[in-house]
Design a protein around this ligand. Sequence first.
Ligand code: ATP
Ligand code: MG
Length: 351
Amino acid sequence: MALLELKQITAGYDKNMILRDFSLQVERGQFVSLLGSSGCGKTTTLRLIAGFSQPKAGSVIFDGRDITNVPLHKRNFGFVFQSYALFPHMTVFDNVAFGLKMRKTGREETKRRVLEMLELVDLKGFEKRYPREMSGGQRQRVALARAMVIQPDLMLFDEPLSNLDAKLRVKMRVEIRRIQQELGFTAIYVTHDQEECFAISDQVAIMNQGVIEQMDTPAHIFNAPKTEFIARFVGFENFFDLTRQGGALISAEGKPVAVAADFSGVSGSSFKACIRPEDVKIHPAGEACENAVPGEVLVTTFLGRNVQYNVRTPLGELTVKTEQGTVYSIGSKVQLELSANKIILIDPMTN
Ligand SMILES: Nc1ncnc2c1ncn2[C@@H]1O[C@H](COP(=O)(O)OP(=O)(O)OP(=O)(O)O)[C@@H](O)[C@H]1O
Ligand SMILES: [Mg+2]
């Protein structure tokens, strides 16, 4: 049984519904991320789970119990937000101890648990400092300790690292994952940073306009995106249409294109195919290669280690990224190699 389940939720603001028939299941001990562009409804979803707001329809089930109308303070959840929201007039110790005081935990136990937690987030010795005397990363770790000290049944994170610089973000995301695995709590983590969420999650739910388009392991989403939206999110830039003819797939101009993936459908069924720029190889015109597509270089861009080409082909304009070697100038006649096992077919049922 899932630890948390959102069942057919409808929610929004006034008459503007952001989530419609929204469902999500999170298993115990999992680290699940909600990924999606700005405004797609991630924070709205998290607020419902936390109990800051109630859905117009549907239910929130936690550990087999309907908590849709259970108030925030009666849910034993921890939150970490983008802004650290520490109490500025309290020391680090008192900030972290806050939740335990609210729960009337005894002095000795409070002290022990706060110190334990500060050690876990690598802030031993900082007990007497005030938030203003600390760096952004240290403050965020205090926020983390404050949320976790109550031993929450569920941890909710809303873009907790977006105020930190790039290097610290990478360090902190590893820390969050380490602590989650050490303590074994269940986490829901909201971000719009694809790399960040793929790095730390067991499962990623990619949202588009209030709907989860795909929820799966990072590896599976990366290798088998189900929709064009998801494929674009994970680095596919080249899309083209193929049609089934007998046992083969052909391009719009009637040329066969070999694809390693299985496909179904009757003759005449159409498919959206895609391939990443890094997976397309570029050769001089006329050179023999697999799945050759002739083309002409439109733009050449240097990207340091790589060179990017925009190439006009019968399949449309394709982007190629290749390690530096022969450099093809604008107007060069080339052949593109689209390896059969690098082409992904997007399920036509989902488009
Ligand atoms: N308090 C509010 N009142 C009215 N509309 C709101 C309110 N909060 C959010 N919205 C709208 O709901 C939609 C979803 O907002 P939400 O905050 O869930 O997005 P998000 O996915 O968290 O985006 P971001 O990545 O920018 O934080 C947006 O169109 C937003 O304008
Ligand atoms: Mg948000």
